[in-house]
Design a protein around this ligand. Structure first.
Ligand code: AHR
Length: 504
């Protein structure tokens, strides 16, 4: 089948936000311990950080990392993780039923973030704690000097403040599973007061209120509306979280997961704007999509529910170490297309998580680190999406899905970097058997554009994965027949594929 669209440098949505390429490090499973941190590993540096994982993090093109949770943060005492490591307490982590040794805390993590070259978005505990704890963390990380906690930071080895800009006001507080779960009213008041206090300390902070933990929550939209009616003036962002997986083997719907993400974003924007209208505010709230990915969540939930009670409290157990296949990578590439398309309202997004726990990077204790299939579309999109996001009005056939009805077989977005002149097209073919002939009119661009690089991720075996034994079984290949002639980019897109084409 064939599909087409036209690109024009004037039809812009918003600048590409580097923060779209965020990730997430939670004290959960083996994300921190034997993930980013493993003293004694052959590649560990003098701080105990795995340099193989650091190198992959840089290659992935991560811009920002949310830390330290996740559900974990709602029972976390940040001060357990500072000072001499030998004096730090071991605590129960109720979220993941494990023990937290606190060997890594905020100072270690900030050092790791410096080495990885990423900005940190810090999540505050508004589950078991409140305004005072938020102020204390802020004083420790951002206050310049003379106060007790700023001086404590200095005595712990960091005289200069870290200057963290973004703070999440809790995590998934709408979820009954959350330690210290709250009603929308309770949370909205707490978020507003915490934000007000933080802003008194540092007016320029960027603050994220918790939205729903998924659009399937029974309180979805009502939660956002009530929270924002209480906290609209105090916060800059409302969060969104979404995880996707094939349900009952329905690959056709799974491949169209970005339809749900689009709908989710549009619904939250509509809800936020309606609260703004009601409050007669000219301010436009943004979305921090600070957890998204493919996650085989049902299998995890069934495993937890059917497992006999285990009263052992392990340290850094294997939790949700999903092994991703080709279809998962195509979906991840498509979710990034959706996020880019919404750059005007979604300038921040974090793929959950970075290492081992539903992650693009896998590592083994004492062993290697490798790229999962989903690593590739993320790394290439982060590297190539530059300048302005361009609007795409796709002409493509549709296919039927159980979950979303008729959906377009292709999805695409493009970026244009006026400085370098580069135009990059990101496109997925969701069709399970048909190849697509894509034609993109470049008539709006002066001068001749030619293909500089073109990559496709596809495979005859949709279930193929990358493993410790075969870490490069699934990698992107040069795209088929991608070329420009007479101002039209043409490319052949195999079934179930993700493709990026940079023109210069
Ligand atoms: O990313 C895994 C978990 O998913 C996070 O801890 C939680 O916020 C979400 O439910």
């Amino acid at each position: 089948f064939s599909a087409s669209f036209s690109l024009d440098p004037d039809f812009t949505i918003a600048p590409v936000s580097r923060r779209t390429f965020g990730s997430f490090v939670e004290h959960m499973g083996r994300c921190v311990y034997t993930g980013i941190y493993e003293p004694g590993h052959p590649t560990a540096d003098s701080d105990g950080f795995r340099q193989d994982v650091l190198a992959l993090t840089r290659e992935l093109g991560v811009s920002l990392v949310r830390y330290p949770g996740g559900n974990f943060v709602s029972g976390y005492r940040w001060e357990d993780g500072i000072g001499p490591v030998a004096d730090r307490p071991v605590r129960r982590d109720l979220a993941w039923r494990s023990l937290e040794t606190n060997e890594v805390g905020i100072d270690e993590f900030m050092r790791w973030a410096g080495k990885a070259g990423v900005e940190v978005m810090y999540a505050l505990n508004l589950g078991t704690r409140g305004v005072q704890e938020a102020l204390d963390v802020h004083e420790y990380v951002n206050h310049p000097d003379r106060t007790r906690l700023a001086e404590l930071r200095r005595s712990n080895g960091t005289p200069k403040p870290y200057g963290i800009k973004m703070f999440c006001l809790g995590n998934e507080m709408d979820g009954p599973w959350q330690t210290g779960h709250k009603t929308a009213h309770e949370y909205g008041r707490l978020a507003a007061e915490t934000a007000r206090a933080l802003r008194s300390a540092e007016p320029g902070l960027e603050l994220v209120a918790c939205g729903s933990s998924s659009s399937q929550m029974p309180t979805f939209a009502a939660w956002e509306a009530e929270v924002l009616e209480l906290a609209y003036d105090q916060v800059d962002y409302i969060s969104a979280h979404a995880y996707y997986q094939p349900i009952d083997g329905d690959i056709a719907s799974f491949l169209a997961s970005a339809i749900d993400m689009d709908h989710f974003v549009n619904s939250v924007v509509a809800t936020a704007d309606s609260v703004g209208a009601k409050l007669k505010s000219t301010k436009k709230l943004k979305i921090s999509f600070d957890e998204w990915n493919v996650w085989y969540l049902r299998e995890f939930q069934e495993g937890v529910e059917s497992a006999p009670p285990d009263w052992e409290w392990p340290v850094a157990p294997r939790v949700i170490e999903d092994c991703y296949n080709v279809a998962d990578a195509v979906v991840v590439g498509n979710l990034l297309i959706s996020l880019l398309r919404h750059s005007d309202r979604v300038p921040v997004a974090c793929q959950a998580q970075l290492v081992n726990v539903i992650a693009p990077i896998r590592s083994e204790a004492g062993g290697p680190a490798w790229r999962q299939t989903i690593f590739h579309p993320f790394a290439i999109t982060s590297r190539l999406a530059r300048g302005e996001v361009l609007r795409v009005e796709l002409q493509a056939p549709t296919y039927e899905t159980k979950r979303f009805g008729a959906v377009p077989v292709l999805d695409a977005v493009a970026t244009h970097d006026a400085e370098s002149g580069d135009v990059t097209v990101f496109v997925v073919n969701r069709h399970q058997s048909g190849a697509a002939d894509l034609a993109v009119s470049l008539a709006g661009f002066a001068g001749d554009l030619r293909v500089a690089e073109a990559w496709t991720l596809a495979d005859d075996d949709l279930t193929a994965t990358n493993t410790e034994e075969h870490p490069d079984r699934v990698v992107p290949h040069p795209a088929e027949r991608a070329e420009v002639s007479d101002g039209v980019l043409k490319a052949a897109l195999p079934p179930v594929s993700w493709t990026a084409i940079r023109l210069t």
